[in-house]
Design a protein around this ligand. Structure first.
Ligand SMILES: [Zn+2]
Length: 317
């Protein structure tokens, strides 16, 4: 019997109760804003304020009260993220670079401000906090580049507590965007295919990945990307797991694909290397004891989930 897959670290099952059905209800949002337990995650040009532990091994988010957030900028565009497990309202805002300048020392007092991606990779935040920050970052990464209507160019207004941008000139509504991407562990019996991109650190290999394009379905995107990047034909494709990847706003769709051919041919402009690795060699890479010093992505990533799944025989032939 096949081993169960270890679920991704960044799983939305752990996230806030978003109360999406009530976002458009102004009375509901007003009540949440009046709730004394309400707290705000203020992003600064999408960077996250944290309180590191004394030894630096862990950190927690630095939350503000509504009054503290409003003290920095008024009017403040707040997005309602949802309610935490105790029912307390959770909001977020993002200060653009020009707003940060106008807050003066208030923003300085929130330092350190850290890139969420590096926090995620280091694994220093508790999962629930990482997810709240990921939700806020993805939402504001979208809204900060959707300040004008895509159809008529007029300035848009935030609606539904930050989850919609409405153009009063032509009526167009814009909703937060997610970019679906496939990421796939390709295997052939006891070996799997990993690639090294030009932007990767030396001796770092990962699963192949690519965006789902218009007209693709998931299976086609997997087959197309592997053919483009490594020249390998893929037969069966199975969905494994998914996770949000808010850099800026992707949904990673983790799959397994069965290779029908072995000869690798890649376009050196696309990828620096692609190779077949045996399962035991991949296990050594996962455990940071590979003889050649090759490493793979950290536990926060979908690539890690897939590679671990292959090593543990949860996915594969
Ligand atoms: Zn418009």
């Amino acid at each position: 019997m096949r081993a169960p897959i270890s679920p991704p670290v960044l799983t939305a099952q752990m996230s806030l109760n978003r109360r999406g059905e009530s976002r458009g209800d102004e009375g509901f949002i007003a009540a949440k804003l009046a709730d004394g337990r309400a707290r705000v995650l203020a992003l600064f040009d999408l960077k996250v304020p944290i309180l590191p532990s004394d030894d630096g091994a862990s950190a927690c988010l630095r939350w503000l009260s509504l009054d503290e957030a409003r003290f920095m900028a008024e009017p403040l565009e707040l997005a309602f993220l949802g309610e935490d497990i105790s029912g307390s309202p959770v909001f977020a805002c993002n200060f653009a670079p020009d707003q940060i300048a106008s807050t003066g020392t208030a923003a300085d007092a929130m330092k350190p401000l850290v890139d969420l991606r590096s926090l995620a990779i280091q694994g220093v935040l508790a999962e629930a906090e990482l997810l709240a920050a990921a939700q806020a970052r993805a939402l504001f990464a979208w809204s900060s580049v959707n300040r004008f209507c895509a159809r008529c160019g007029a300035a848009v207004q935030a609606a539904d507590a930050g989850w919609r941008r409405h153009c009063t000139a032509c009526g167009l509504d814009a909703h937060p965007r997610m970019d679906p991407a496939v990421i796939m562990l390709i295997s052939r019996e006891d070996r799997c295919l990993l690639g090294h991109e030009h932007r990767f650190p030396d001796k770092f290999y990962s699963t192949l990945a690519g965006f789902v394009e218009p007209g693709d379905d998931i299976e086609h995107a997997v087959r197309r990307e592997v053919k483009e990047e490594a020249g390998i034909e893929i037969g069966e494709v199975r969905y494994v797991a998914s996770q949000p990847w808010p850099f800026p706003h992707s949904l990673m769709i983790g799959c397994w694909g069965q290779a029908l051919s072995e000869a690798i041919s890649f376009d050196a402009r696309e990828i620096a290397d692609a190779r077949w690795f045996r399962r035991e060699e991949v296990r050594a890479m996962l455990e940071n004891r590979h003889a050649g010093g090759i490493t793979v992505p950290p536990p926060i990533s979908m690539a890690h989930t897939l590679i671990r799944g292959f090593v543990e025989r949860a996915i594969g032939d």
